[in-house]
Design a protein around this ligand. Structure first.
Ligand code: ATP
Length: 309
C-alpha cells in the first residue's frame, strides 16, 4: 500500500532549478532513501513533501490526503526531524521531549522514546553537553514524539563518526521493526545500501534511478574487478598482465606496481587460468580479491560521474 505519492515535483529558487522533475511513491513500512551528491535537490524535495516549501509544480498525496485540503491530518501522521537549532540547549533530552509532547494531542511516552534513541542514561544532561551523535538521536526522538506513521530524516548522520552513524542506523532499523515508514536522505552510499528497502538516486534535480539496492547492483554489468598482487615483483605482474590480456574472459587490465587489476565477466575461469600460469612460472601470489559492486558503481554507471561523499 502506498502511503505517499509525489508526481512531477518542481522547484526553482531564482535562477537555480533545485528540483526539476521528481516522481515516486513510498510503500507502508519501507525505508525509502533519497541519495545524491551535494545540491542534488534532496532537502528541497523533502521539504516540499513535509509541507515546509511550496512546490512550483507537482502533486503530493498522502493516501487520499493532500496539503491543500488535509494539512492538520497530515501533520498528525508525519514526524519531521527538527534542525538541531530547534532544540533547547539549556534543557535536557527529557525536558525537550516533554515540551515537544505538549504540541500534540497524543504523544508517545518520553521514557519509551528515550529508550528507543538510547539516551535514557543522558536524559538529565543539558542538550548543549551532548555529543553530535546524541543530539542527532534526540532529533529523531523529537520526530517520533507524536508517534507518527511516516518519519522524515534529512541527512541524520552527516558529519558523525562511523560509530555514531551506526547508532543512528540501529534506530532506523528499530523504527522499521515498529512498522514505521522512513523517508531518509543521505549522501553516504554505504548507508543507503545497508538501510534501504528502496533507493532513489537523484542528481541535478532529477531522478537517476529507483530500485532496491540489490536490484540496482544486479542491473550493472556482470563484470567484476579482480586483483592479484605478486610477491615476485613487477616483472611477474607484467608477465601476468600480458597473459591476462590474451584471455577471452578478460576485458581489460591495469598494472599498479606488483598488483595486476583486471575486469572479467567470469572471475572463476579467469582465476583458474591465472593460477595455472603462476604455478607454471612458480610465481607466488600474495593476495587475491574480487571486488563486489556497490551503489557507488550504480551512480557512476548511470551518470558517468565519479561519486564523492
Ligand atoms: P545537500 O546534500 O548539500 O544538502 P541537497 O541535495 O539537499 O544538497 P538542496 O539543499 O535541495 O540539495 O539544494 C538544491 C539546490 O537548490 C542547490 O543548488 C541549493 O543551493 C539550492 N537551494 C536550496 N534551497 C534554496 C533557497 N532557499 N534559496 C536559494 N537556493 C536554494
Amino acid at each position: 500500500m502506498n502511503v505517499l505519492e509525489v508526481k512531477n515535483l518542481q522547484k526553482t529558487f531564482g535562477s537555480i532549478r533545485a528540483v526539476e522533475d521528481i516522481s515516486f511513491s513510498v510503500e507502508a513500512g519501507e525505508v525509502f532513501t533519497i541519495i545524491g551528491p551535494n545540491g542534488a535537490g534532496k532537502t528541497t524535495t523533502l521539504e516540499m513533501i513535509e509541507g515546509l516549501v511550496t512546490p512550483d509544480q507537482g502533486e503530493i498525496h498522502f493516501g487520499e490526503m493532500n496539503w491543500g485540503n488535509h494539512a492538520v491530518a497530515i501533520k498528525m501522521q508525519i514526524g519531521v526531524q527538527p534542525q538541531s537549532s530547534a532544540m533547547f540547549d539549556l534543557l535536557t533530552p527529557e525536558e525537550n521531549l516533554d515540551l515537544f509532547a505538549t504540541f500534540y494531542e497524543k504523544a508517545r511516552p518520553t521514557e519509551e522514546i528515550l529508550e528507543l534513541i538510547n539516551l535514557t542514561e543522558h536524559r538529565k544532561n543539558q542538550v548543549k553537553k551532548l555529543s553530535g551523535g546524541q543530539r542527532q538521536r534526540l532529533a529523531i526522538g523529537l520526530a517520533m514524539i507524536s508517534d507518527p506513521d511516516i518519519i522524515f530524516l534529512d541527512e541524520p548522520t552527516t558529519g558523525l563518526d562511523p560509530q555514531a552513524r551506526r547508532h543512528i542506523w540501529d534506530i532506523i532499523l528499530e523504527l522499521k521493526k515498529l512498522g514505521k515508514t522512513t523517508i531518509l536522505t543521505t549522501h553516504y552510499m554505504e548507508e543507503a545500501e545497508k538501510l534501504s528497502d528502496r533507493v532513489c538516486i537523484v542528481d541535478q534535480g532529477n531522478i537517476v534511478t529507483i530500485d532496491t539496492p540489490s536490484a540496482l547492483i544486479e542491473k550493472l554489468t556482470k563484470e567484476r574487478e579482480v586483483r592479484l598482487s605478486f610477491l615476485d615483483g613487477e616483472e611477474a605482474a607484467n608477465e601476468a598482465d600480458v597473459f591476462a590480456n590474451n584471455l577471452d574472459s578478460v576485458s581489460r587490465t591495469e598494472l599498479e606496481g606488483t598488483t595486476l587489476k583486471l575486469w572479467t565477466i567470469k572471475p572463476e575461469d579467469t582465476l583458474l587460468d591465472l593460477f595455472k600460469f603462476t604455478k607454471e612460472r612458480e610465481y607466488q601470489v600474495e593476495q587475491v580479491s574480487i571486488r563486489e559492486m556497490s551503489l557507488e558503481d550504480v551512480f557512476i554507471a548511470f551518470t558517468g560521474k565519479e561519486w564523492r561523499d
